[in-house]
Write a protein that binds this ligand. Structure first.
Ligand SMILES: Cc1ncc(COP(=O)(O)O)c(C=O)c1O
Length: 386
């Protein structure tokens, strides 16, 4: 929805500031405060009469505003969840059941594989793990036939592989399966999976969407199609019954933080480009990945299907000791997991035991510090590695 009188096609900076806006009413706040109620006064009317809230678990005013905002950016209908994993769990568990074949990335966020191993298989689902780079071929061969749900993660975390959403969407539609895209790394303004044919896009809003490393949140948005609406109804019912509703403070905080998404992504991407330049060819670095680098194998597809770059870069140093020394020597490169925040962080992924990556593999997440300061900090820290 556009602010009154504004043209429909607004820039990202305008869209993220105004997403979810209420119509202008003089004397009301620009952004409504969170409503903390669990039950609401019922009065004499039946529950829900005239659209009135009765209990916060199924739906509540603060979630509605946040979900309208994210839904606008995604181009779909949004439901929020208490974390990214809660959003992924909801999308899979509300759609697939015992005996269903579920196709998941073998190289995406590792907790999704833990979910598959510890919960989905226990419930009788048949899980196929497929590398992000191979899912296009699997789809083209017709091997998605019989699948109930396919989940892509593109760019994948942490190796930043990219797959063709539109091509996989055509194959899943032909197979009668539901296509879900984990859009966490790109964010809703960096990639629009629903416009590319996915039924569902979801995100760990803990990352760049909120971007201040102070909130855990996730969301699922469904396409404005018959298939998307059917999935939406299932997931909304699932959330209501399982009680997987986030708190209003988190939703309000996330909405507040979202207004700077365009600015943050722009600076993060500038910093990422500078970081890639420093890392590439440095003797202490054996590999660098950033889908927006023309030399990157993901570049042709990323530059075609994504809308803008972000600040997540991966690289390979010699070993765990080299990563430790880099973090100790630098001032601004903080060791922390997660990504997409305002601070520049380094995460040695092998320490978590979930990703098939070498010991010295790191995921850098560029923050919004001054580019020159990051470069001035990184160069001597890398040089000190020898
Ligand atoms: C791609 C991706 N999806 C989902 C998640 C899960 O998000 P959360 O930690 O908010 O549950 C993460 C977390 O790192 C992620 O990187």
């Amino acid at each position: 929805m556009s602010p009154a009188g504004a043209p429909d096609r607004l820039g990202d900076g305008t869209r993220v500031v105004h997403a979810g806006d209420e119509p202008v009413v003089p004397g009301t706040p620009l952004r409504p405060s969170p409503v903390f109620a669990a039950p609401y006064h019922l009065g004499d009317l039946p529950p829900g009469a005239g659209g009135a809230d009765s209990y916060a678990r199924p739906d509540n005013p603060t979630l509605r505003v946040f979900e309208r905002a994210v839904g606008e950016l995604d181009g779909g209908d949004c439901l929020s969840f208490a974390s990214g994993m809660a959003a992924i769990s909801a999308a899979v568990l509300a759609v697939a059941g015992a005996g269903d074949r579920v196709v998941l990335p073998s190289d995406g966020y590792y907790a999704t594989r833990v979910l598959a191993r510890e919960e989905l298989e226990r419930l009788g689902m048949v899980v196929d793990l497929v590398p992000t780079l191979q899912i296009g071929d699997v789809a083209a061969r017709g091997d998605l036939a019989g699948a109930r749900l396919v989940l892509l993660e593109t760019p994948s975390n942490p190796q930043l592989e990219v797959c063709d959403i539109a091509a996989v969407a055509r194959a899943t539609r032909a197979a009668g399966a539901v296509l879900v895209v984990d859009n966490t790394t790109a964010t809703p303004i960096g990639q629009r999976p629903l416009a590319l044919g996915a039924d569902v896009t979801l995100g760990a809003d803990t990352k760049a969407l909120t971007g201040h490393s102070d909130v855990l949140l996730g969301h699922v948005s469904t396409a404005p199609t018959d298939a998307g609406r059917a999935v939406h109804a299932r997931i909304a019912a699932w959330r209501k019954t399982t009680g997987n509703t986030p708190g209003p403070f988190e939703a309000w905080l996330a909405h507040r933080s979202m207004g700077t998404l365009d600015l943050r992504l722009a600076r993060q991407a500038t910093n990422a480009a500078a970081l890639v330049e420093v890392l590439t060819g440095h003797p202490a670095v054996s590999a660098v990945r950033w889908p927006w680098s023309p030399a990157d194998p993901s570049y042709p597809l990323a530059s075609q299907q994504m809308l803008r770059p972000n600040g997540v870069v991966s690289a390979e140093l010699a070993d765990a000791g080299a990563v430790l020394r880099l973090v100790r020597t630098s001032r601004l490169f903080t060791a922390a997991t997660s990504f997409g925040g305002i601070h520049t962080t380094v995460d040695r992924r092998a320490q978590w035991g979930g990703d098939a990556v070498p010991e010295g593999f790191v995921r850098f997440s560029c923050g919004i510090e001054d580019t020159a300061d990051l470069v001035a900090d990184l160069v001597p820290a890398l040089d000190a590695l020898g």
